[in-house]
Write a new protein. Sequence first.
Length: 447
Amino acid sequence: MNISKENVDELNVVLTLTIDKADYEPKVEESLKNYRKKVSMPGFRQGHVPAGLVKKMYGKQVLADEINKLMGESLQTYIKDNNLDIVGEPLPSEGQEPIDFDKEIDSISYKFDLGLKPAVELELNDKVKVPAYTIEISDKDVDSYIHDNVARLAQKVDAAKVGADSFVEGALEQAEGFKAENAYIGVRQIKDEAEAKKIKGAKVGDVVNIDLRKAFVEDSFISYILGITAEEAAKVNGEYALTINKISEYKDPELDQKVFDQILGEGVVSNVDDFKAKMKERIASNNALEEEYRFMLDLRETLLKSLKLSLPEAFLRRWLTAVNVGNKEFSQEVLDKEFPNFLEDLKWQVVKNAILKKNDIKITPDDVLAFAKKSIKAQFAQYGIANIPEDKLEAYAQSQIRENKEQYEHMVEGASNDVVVKFAKEHVKLDSKNVKRDAFNKLFEKK
């Protein structure tokens, strides 16, 4: 076995593997012996099929398997021993003829193309300046956040008359004779102000004429309200007489100890001021995740602009095409569209790995677990759930990490982002900026 290397340029290498019969023949013979032990054929006892017959039946496949296995193992060993920092995976060189396993093989020379990661010379210090945003939290933001959380505890109560937030139950009837006995209408669902005005202020027992087409527009809403098909709803026009049988609203509970305990946990606070302070802390905690993500994007943009990295693009296009063989959703059009984003993500991965390596930073199981917990907290926060017991959070995070290899790799990648961001914040110059929520959101709009 011999491997020679040809440097095409700084980012592309060709490895030539030369394999002699002596390299693979013992492995082929051993594999055929194992086959013979298992093969069953009419007229022969298991394990007693003649060796020549076994070789005739399975020799070509065994030869191909052993040579491919030997090439793969030899490539990986060479790459590791020579510290080749590759992207993607080795590919047969363009123009390389496939091995003809029908012929007697004494010696094989096979060429592989490798793409290399660029060298990164990077020092994170106060000469590197990165924006660090903090989202301002106003009293209005706190009140709105409290309302959203308290609204989940709202109770449905009867109302004396129809208001902007009311729900109306009643019978809908048209002159032609169609009638829906149990219509259910939310006033906020009415899109036309004039139609909404007709119903506002009405009481139980009142009859109100309402044009459903103007009020709801979409066939799906009309279909739901009248209990008819979408096709039938498409034909609905004109006014319907609504006889109001019931009016209800969802009423938010008062800010009392019961609400404090339900939202924050038992006994955490005992008065409104402390409750508001805790809710503001929650907003800040939620914002911190977004602020950190924004910092990561700005750090990435700053470093990539300064480094101006190149990648073996032609090789990567070939590699992406090869690994997507059989993927019906993949096409050259998709590749052309997504390739620029792929390159930027790969460049960032190269930079991250360079930072970790230069500063001898290892991603530990605790880092991965911390990222998993953070992800879970963010998911629950979207539903207003913040006080997750630590033991349940730990168990849920551990289950996600163990779920499958792809999930674990995603967690490791996320943890590496967090570790690099934390390290960068401690070493680069932070250009601190306080911004309002709207201004912060605009930072994510495409330029």
